[in-house]
Design a protein around this ligand. Structure first.
Ligand SMILES: *Cc1c(COP(=O)(O)O)cnc(C)c1O
Length: 854
């Protein structure tokens, strides 16, 4: 690893030319290298200690971009020299570097808790990463999850690296014109101005990776981003050595059709693994954040194949326990599917030449029915077949995913389909407002998000009513100021002359109940539910005794006319009813807008149509700032909600609102706002404080903020997924895969002989409060040590009673088993079943065989 480094120190004993390392810097002075080190560590996106320093370098550019690297790349030599002559500036710089050093060496959660763990490196693959506006390589939720988990991994001292793509264009920027139409503006990610640097070998050469793309060789340029102790490696295809048409593959995130998508996914999975290998990195665990990166399981197998000279099938089996697959999709259409011909065209030569398998074999890995030659190739199926564990992203989504993948596990009860869940969380230091940070620091200390959060709940509970209310007032006031600034800017941008007559001080009220949401404008999110009864919403927003205001933001996909119509409907509603002072649609939703909204709103509203929202994270971002949630019981809210914490649309009898029309749900939403939310906010105690509201904030902040933090998520991934994955991977591959190869044989045997197993006689009797079962089984060529016989009853939880094999009871090839089960339910509810059981083999994930008595 030491060959590739961002450290300005020497590599191989030779000083690195800063120009080579960093691109253009105004001077070569040592202090400038220090500044570059700070500017390139995206820790500044959640730790704002250096903000003042960057502001000194260029106040205007800093305020506009908050991108230290850009500031440093733009400043003149004279200005910089002048600043570096200034002792307080130099002192501050040294202090910051010192703090950075301390943060890097401070014992964090992982190395303290698991000093001898077999886990030395997790590679986290994702199509998008949302770390900061300064590096726009994301669209939304998926990138948010990836970015926030990377940052928490850094906080926790987890040895993790991200792997992704460096898109030449960010997601489009949004302008809303006079009629309320969304206009899409494309911007360009100038590699010299976003906080990335080329990955270079010790001799200065830029590291480039070659992959096979159909019949062509494709060169990938490589980049590195630093975020605290975590590194994010990025690739792009814009290498002049490529065919011009190939240079554009990484232009646009989710751009183009499936032809473009598969090429991007090939780069991410296969290129990503080769990039790690080129740096001598052999992570024990690859985390596939969504099926997009599933091709990595092929590249990993290819490596093992070449190392140990085994077949592809064996290598695939050996590498499998080291891969963890997280699915984020709630509907089958959400998975990437590719036409078999496209797979042949793009991956055929790779399969034949490098993996030594036919395209049909490869296609089978992505099909429900491998024998169906028409079936499309599904990336999620490849990911599941190539991983040693899989999970959804909320409790509810875990259940939905078990349903979605149940076809691969025929005859298994749905609860046993091997897809668990780890509910997403957000990186609280990114989303807390400056003032919230102060309040939290006072209550829980500076290092609060770097440990296991045990003490947090009780510390937050001790915050006084006054302190909590002050927090809300400060945050809301700051949002209102922001809205006024943005309102003016966007009115000018969109050419809204009428708006320029409005008095900005009339736009929003810092003391009024502020509702809000921001999200992608897609039908399932039902962003327009509040518009179902327009006159009722007008009444709600224009009454003056209990003022209510609403702030919105969101983009529709560039080609999504239905989504754009939803935005237009809001804009026209505001205009037609003259509601500008109470209802604002902020254009160009991005991370910067999110930060403002989630700090200022009192109630975050979310109304997806269940069960489409796999998790949802935007509502979690308000928790740390004392905001409350009002949401459909979908995604994370289905498990987070309790009446004292916030509000739920739908109810315990009908949690998913099944069968309710949008009109009925909208009516329930207005009722909730009018009958509960607004009165509670405005019911003031004699000291002017809304006591019940504040208590609700206290509950929500103390209970939910720790639980729905990415800190908890990453710790859970580490303990439930990464550590077992590393252990299983290493065990299977120890001594050149000795155990693995044996297991591979056993699995083959079980698979090919399973059909020959048959049930003989089953006898039952009752003994006291237990039933006794006796069964004889013909196992054919299968070793009885490889399976267990269980007494199953529907709805039973936990371990099933096992039946014991009678010693030396093999009679005409029949084995006899005996077992007992509680007689508390009718005997007819029990049935006997056989499942494979081999230490080191994941059942049913790796072997879905099962046999039922009936
Ligand atoms: C948080 C966030 C998202 C994801 O929000 P969901 O509630 O999961 O849809 C998307 N985009 C931006 C800019 C965000 O900040």
């Amino acid at each position: 690893m030491p060959v590739f480094t961002l450290s300005p120190k020497t590599v191989d004993g030779n000083p690195i030319n800063t120009q080579q390392l960093y691109g253009f810097l105004p001077t070569d002075r040592n202090e400038v290298v220090k500044l570059a080190t700070l500017a390139l560590d995206m820790r500044w996106s959640w730790n704002h200690a250096a903000d003042k320093l960057w502001r000194q370098v260029d106040p205007e550019l800093w305020d506009q971009t908050q991108n230290p690297w850009l500031v440093l790349q733009t400043v003149s030599k004279n200005k910089l020299e002048q600043l570096l002559e200034d002792p307080p500036f130099r002192k501050k710089l040294d202090e910051l570097l010192q703090k950075r050093e301390t943060a890097a060496t401070n014992p964090a959660w992982f190395p303290v808790k698991y000093p001898h763990a077999p886990l030395t490196h997790v590679a986290y693959f994702s199509m998008e990463f949302m770390l900061n506006e300064a590096l726009p390589i994301y669209v939304g939720g998926l990138g948010n999850v990836a970015g926030d988990q990377l940052k928490s991994a850094s906080d926790l001292g987890l040895p993790l690296s991200g792997v992704g793509l460096f898109y030449q264009q960010g997601y489009f920027r949004q302008v809303i014109d006079q009629e309320g139409n969304q206009q899409a503006i494309q911007t360009y990610n100038d590699p010299g101005q976003v906080p990335v640097v080329p990955l270079r070998k010790a001799n200065g050469e830029w590291l480039r990776i070659a992959v096979r793309l159909g019949a062509f060789k494709l060169w990938l340029r490589t980049w590195e981003v630093k975020a605290g102790s975590v590194r994010l490696f990025l690739m792009d295809s814009n290498d002049p050595a490529n065919l011009p048409v190939h240079r554009g593959i990484t232009n646009e995130l989710y751009g183009g059709g499936s032809d473009m998508r598969i090429k991007q996914e090939l780069i991410l999975g296969i290129g990503g693994w080769k990039l790690l290998a080129a740096m001598d990195m052999k992570p024990e665990v690859c985390h596939l954040n969504e099926g997009h990166s599933a091709f990595v399981v092929l590249a990993r197998a290819e490596d093992i194949m070449k190392e140990s000279g085994c077949s592809f099938e064996e290598a695939f089996f050996l590498s499998r326990p080291g891969n963890v697959f997280t699915t984020h999709t709630a509907v089958p259409a959400g998975f990437d599917h590719f036409h078999p011909r496209l797979i042949d065209n793009i991956l055929g030569p790779y399969a034949r030449e490098d993996l030594g398998i036919s395209v049909e074999k490869l296609l089978a890995l992505g099909r429900k029915n491998p024998a169906d030659h028409q079936e499309y190739f599904n990336m999620a199926l490849l990911a599941l077949r190539g991983s040693g564990a899989a999970n959804g992203v909320s409790r509810l989504h875990g259940a939905v995913s078990r349903q979605l993948f149940s076809d691969l596990f025929p005859r298994w009860p749905i609860e046993e389909v091997p897809v668990g869940h780890v509910t997403n969380g957000v990186h609280m230091p990114t989303w807390d407002n400056e003032y919230s940070d102060k309040v939290w620091t006072k209550a829980c200390g500076k290092e609060r998000w770097r440990g296991d959060l045990f003490e947090m709940e009780s510390a937050i509970c001790l915050l006084t009513d006054e302190a909590l209310w002050e927090l809300r007032n400060v945050c809301r006031e700051s949002l209102v100021q922001y809205i006024r600034r943005i309102f003016e800017r966007q009115s000018k941008l969109g050419g809204r002359l009428d708006h320029q007559q409005l008095d900005l001080n009339e736009i929003f009220d810092p003391k009024a109940l502020t509702l809000g949401f921001a999200r992608r404008f897609v039908p399932y999110k039902r962003t327009n539910l509040l518009l179902k009864d327009k006159s009722r919403l007008v009444r709600l927003l224009s009454q003056t005794s209990y003022p209510v205001q609403l702030v919105l933001a969101g983009k529709a996909g560039p080609g999504d006319e239905a989504g754009k119509a939803l935005i237009r409907e809001w804009i026209q509603f505001i205009d037609e009813n003259g509601l500008h002072h109470r209802l604002v649609f902020l254009s160009d939703y991005d991370m910067g807008i999110t930060e403002q909204l989630v700090s200022g709103v009192d109630v975050w509203i979310n109304t997806p149509r269940p069960p489409w929202e796999a998790c949802g994270t935007s509502g979690m971002k308000v928790l740390v700032n004392g905001g409350l949630n009002l949401s459909t019981l979908d995604g994370w809210w289905a498990e987070a909600f309790a009446p004292e914490l916030g509000w739920a649309l739908g109810n315990a009898q009908n949690p998913t609102g099944q069968g309710l029309s949008d009109e009925m749900e909208a009516a329930a939403l207005y009722d909730l706002l009018e009958g509960k939310v607004i009165p509670e906010f405005y019911t003031r105690h004699s000291d002017g404080l809304p006591k019940s509201w504040i208590q609700r904030i206290r509950n929500s902040m103390s209970k939910l903020a720790p639980e729905f933090s990415a800190n908890r998520t990453v710790r859970q991934y580490t303990e439930d997924y990464y550590l077992p994955a590393a252990h299983n991977f290493l065990e299977r591959n120890a001594t050149r895969g000795a155990l693995g190869k044996k297991l591979f044989e056993v699995r083959e045997q079980l698979e090919s002989n399973w059909a020959h197993i048959s049930f003989g006689e089953v006898l039952t009797s009752t003994e006291g409060d237990e039933y006794c079962f006796q069964v004889s089984l013909s196992l054919g060529a299968i070793d009885p040590e490889w399976l267990v016989v269980e007494i199953f009853s529907a709805g039973s939880h936990g371990k099933l009673p096992l039946m014991q094999r009678e010693e030396n009871a093999a009679d005409n090839g029949y084995y006899s088993y005996k077992g007992k089960a509680p007689a508390s339910i009718p005997i007819a509810n029990y049935t006997i079943r056989l499942v494979p059981h081999v230490r080191g083999l994941a059942v049913p994930l790796e072997l879905p065989q099962i046999l039922w008595e009936h």
